[in-house]
Design a protein around this ligand. Sequence first.
Ligand code: NAD
Length: 490
Amino acid sequence: MTQALDVAGIQVSPDHYIAGKRIISPETFELFSPIDQRSLGRISEGLDEHVDAALAAADDAFPAWSCLSATERKVYLDRFAAEIGKRADEFCQLESNDAGVLLSRMRHGVVPRSMLNITYFAEHALKLQDRPIDTDQAHHIVRHDPAGIAAIITPWNAPLMLGTWKLGPALAAGNTVIIKPPEWAPLTMSLLADCADAAGLPSGVLNIVHGHGTITGARLVSDPRLARISFTGSVPTARKIAQVAGANLVPVSLELGGKSPFIVLEDADIDSAAATGALMYRNAGQVCLAGTRFLVHEQVAERFTAAMREYVERLRIGDPRDEATEIGPIIHPRQVERVSDFVDRAVENGAKVLWGGKPHSFGAQYYCPTMLAAVEQDDEIVQNEVFGPVLTLQTFANDEEAVAMANGTDYGLGGVCYGATGHATEIAKQVRTGFIWVNSFGIRDLAAPFGGIKRSGIGREGGDWSFEFFSDVKDVVVPKKPFKASFSQR
Ligand code: NAD
């Protein structure tokens, strides 16, 4: 085992966690903070031998873990969540330092939600035991059997939230798990292994193998011993994973990017819509479910733009560790370049910068909240996900036009619709996405389905949907009358 890294006074292992032990790799990669580009240390790279060891450990642990009842697993999982709670401050500091997430958001949103991701699904699993279906002929016992080894792969914009959102149901359903954390922000997943250890989770039930997607991730998802692959990330990576998983016939859940509409109807509460609009810059715009395409009725466009500008001008951009900060850095220099290039190309193509449009003076990885107008539906900036603080503004003349524009991309993750409640709800129903918020944004409930359509993904997570994915659903059929074998029987 190598020495733990010291990140803002927090000790965290840079190594894999396999079969309950820290495993060092002969190869490592350097991790930098997006806040000030300082090195946070070197992380173990997952080589073939580490992925193999994790698969063997998960395989060994599966029989005992899968045989426990949901009630018995809940005891472990509740303890696991409590361990996360005990180390809340450490999680906050680590993710703020390696992913640039606001410390205040970690404290008040992400850490409590991550604990709930474990306890909610542990509780929910109790309800899934042996669901009966009675018919005239037979008594059906519908079981959710554990599937096997689940691979979990997540991106860097919300590592702890997304990791636990998948891990909770995967473990509660009786699977063993291998997580490949995002290489640009792996620290909170590493600390999570310490929590599993402290909670006494049997060795091999949770394994963490660090590394790059193209090396460690690619090796992991290509293994036919996997029973499930749960992936959140970009469309190009999803295509590669789907290809190899398809060859092995391993079921995959894909939560991908978005280019969601933010519709403002002529009867909207403009101030309220504008205040919510400014929230789309949260996490420096690195949020899959943000409404990034503003579609505003032409009669209210000027008023709306002026109101939103006021909210945006008040946003406090700075160090995410400062409690007053509202917008932090972009994760990586490569992502900054991507954002900047998107804006430059759009402007060259005729887009008008309403605000922002340039790097922010606070630091090398900061970009101004940006709004681009004079864009056309077919433009790259309207069609492709930027994943940064860059929004576009288009106007429409009537509801039909609004719906056509909202549905006019290959993505279909989420959406926001502001207007008189009945009117906005009717429009929301016509928008082709996995979810849409009426006169609100970001209301999430673990019982509700979450996921996208079209290029935004395959499958749903949340409540029963998570268990449908992480379980093998089986029907045990017991006839009500003595069964007589007959070839003429239907
Ligand atoms: P990415 O696809 O580059 O990487 C995601 C993860 O996949 C990382 O852990 C990476 O190491 C791994 N990976 C990369 N190549 C791989 C391969 N060949 N095989 C296996 N694993 C591989 O995405 P990103 O840039 O890290 O994240 C941003 C994307 O994630 C955006 O498109 C965003 O919209 C999306 N996202 C979606 C949701 C959602 O719930 N729908 C949530 C957050 C982020």
